[in-house]
Design a protein around this ligand. Structure first.
Ligand SMILES: Nc1nc2c([nH]c(=O)n2[C@@H]2O[C@H](COP(=O)(O)OP(=O)(O)OP(=O)(O)O)[C@@H](O)[C@H]2O)c(=O)[nH]1
Ligand SMILES: [Mg+2]
Length: 294
């Protein structure tokens, strides 16, 4: 089936509210809410498509945008590539130029609206931070460094260290302060190793589920289980595995696009790679060394 390339705009106003519109009943996925946008025409750049569609649908001018997430999604009747961009700057007041209802919605309320299935990853991309610090091993020094360097909404803390029992007080402290703490087999926010991911038939019953992926097959599996976010690794050579096979950034981008959910770049990446990773559609970067005090 031909893939329909779609330019999608997440328009954010100063107070953080997001602009959503209701799709007309006769349209594909009709009656559901959407982020405004439409098909990229032949010969158009993504910027041109965003500007044209948003002007046609909402009557506003897009002035600045940056990539949020790309999602390839196969509906039974249509294959789409949603190229989703955050609009930081625009001129005019959005209104439904095609008669469609348009509302400003606080981020925390988006979950109360019904969107097409492909949008789940977009909603998670809007909530998740750019940084995932992997604690392996966990130490008091690193926990202190992280809490001093990042606010609770800027960081997911993934405790990969299996010998964490002496740190349980520090971990519950972190949670009390509002930091999301990801652990293997946690009832709220659980992580799956790729081996666990491969062996599962159904999604475990947790609020947030993440997984480690290294190839297409694992990403398809994460899509099938509706995992909320993934780590794609190894992107680059790491000092601990200098001779190993790595994906490289091109392959990372291809895999991230195949993933329905936000993807963090992991393995041989540090904070200096952030801009590059974001430009390729990454949610951000995950790492051990990148989140340690020098
Ligand atoms: N604009 C938009 N399209 C989405 C979203 N989610 C999603 O799956 N899609 C799918 O992307 C495809 C293209 O979007 P569209 O119907 O807005 O395209 P368009 O503005 O050119 O519309 P038209 O063909 O009705 O003139 C549709 O199949 C739609 O179901 C979303 O959040 N926003
Ligand atoms: Mg449209």
């Amino acid at each position: 089936m031909k893939v329909v390339h779609v330019a999608v705009a997440v328009i954010e106003r100063e107070n953080g509210d997001i602009c959503i519109a209701k799709r007309a009943d006769h349209q594909h996925q009709g009656g559901l809410w959407e982020f405004p946008g439409g098909k990229v025409e032949a010969g158009e750049t993504i910027t041109q498509a965003l500007q044209r569609e948003i002007h046609e649908e909402l009557g506003i001018d897009v002035l600045a945008h940056s990539p949020l997430i790309s999602v390839r999604y196969r509906y039974t009747d249509k294959h789409v590539l949603l190229d989703v961009h955050r609009i930081h700057q625009f001129e005019g007041e959005p209104h439904g130029k095609e008669g469609q209802p348009v509302v400003w919605c606080p981020k925390s309320q988006l979950k109360n609206y019904e969107f097409p299935a492909a949008n789940k990853g977009i909603l998670n991309a809007l909530i998740l931070p750019k940084q995932v610090a992997i604690l392996d091993p966990i130490s008091n020094e690193q926990v202190e460094y992280l809490t001093q360097s990042y606010a609770p909404d800027e960081l997911v803390i993934y405790v990969r260290d299996e010998n964490k029992s002496e740190f349980l007080t520090q971990l519950s402290d972190l949670k009390d302060k509002g930091y999301p703490v990801l652990q293997k087999n946690d009832p709220l926010m659980a992580h799956l190793t790729s081996a666990q991911l491969n062996s599962l038939e159904d999604r475990p019953d947790v609020i947030w589920l993440s997984a480690s992926c290294h190839n297409e097959a694992e990403i398809e599996k994460a899509n099938a289980l509706e995992v909320d976010f993934i780590f794609i690794s190894p992107v680059q050579v790491t000092p601990s595995h200098p001779g190993g096979d790595v994906l490289g950034w091109d392959k990372f981008q291809e895999l991230a696009e195949l993933a329905h959910m936000p993807a963090y770049a992991l393995g041989g990446v540090d904070m200096q790679d952030m801009e590059h990773a974001l430009a390729l559609g990454a949610q951000g970067i995950a790492g051990i060394r990148a989140f340690k005090a020098e």
